[in-house]
Design a protein around this ligand. Sequence first.
Ligand code: ASP
Length: 341
Amino acid sequence: MSKILLIYTGGTIGMVQNKETGALESCDFDSLVKHIPEMEQCSAEIDTFSFESPIDSSDMNPEIWGKIVKVIADHYDSYDGFVILHGTDTMAFTASALCFMLEGLNKPVILTGSQLPIHSIRTDAKENMITAIEIAAAKDIDGHPMVPEVCIYFHEELMRGCRSTKISASNLAAFASNNYPLLARSGTDITYYPEYIRPFNPDSRLIPHYKMDPSIIILSLFPGFGREIVDGVLKNDAVKGVIFRTFGSGNAPRNGWLEESLSEAVSNGKVIVNISQCATGFVQMEKYQTGRGLLDAGVISGLDSTVEAALTKLMYLLGEGLSQSEICRKMNLSLAGEITL
Ligand code: ASP
């Protein structure tokens, strides 16, 4: 029987309503588990680990990512897989961050949560949690984990962590993997799609990384984007990297000053990554004249990366203390299956 470590960080799944304010607030892990007696019927032996104060995932940060990595690294040899209960709001950021921080991962790390608290009568928490545990425990005929990578399981769909994004604040299907196929789908059975799952590597060893450098800003273009504000950001010494959200296949206005400002920022050592505002498709800066200017300014392509993956990958590479050219090179390599090459 597989051994699974269930890690509780917080989120709606374990929240209760404050009787005075009506707002949902985090509660402790024991009261959460009380609502899921079905856990005993899972085909896995489950141990639990709870962070001292469960949080709304809006309070998630790189320091807590480091703590999650530490819990997994400390327990890596004793468990076959890990399930992380997490709020949905920043789950895709955490899943993406863990993809880079858990280098060489060879075991399932499945994040899940719910849109409705566990004690609500229409809750989606039970199915999400029980199926996430089943997936983390699943082995192939050789006894290797079915899904040896960081994923999000939510509302019948298993997605690669660094390809997922939150798409709905109210639908039970809250996540999507717009630029990469699902890794599994659950219905009456769980159907895996091994052709899309990162294969088990018998020689791989876990190398945990703890340091993320968040000296990054996300700039999203719009018609009327003004020089003064943009220069204020690009000339700020605290900013080491920019996720630049552009139009369509990576285009920006040809107003003369933008290329100049970006090019100056690149010369000052900043890394600028072009990510499309579109939910699907690729950045192809060479396609239009409006994109070529960015290429000439030294902006690098984020290809078909999600914002969450590009941001956390850049945090990770900056955290490793790499040079600007090395970061730019690695941004265009697939480290955890986050981009299509
Ligand atoms: N605000 C909650 C959180 O992210 C939402 C949720 O869990 O669905 O923690």
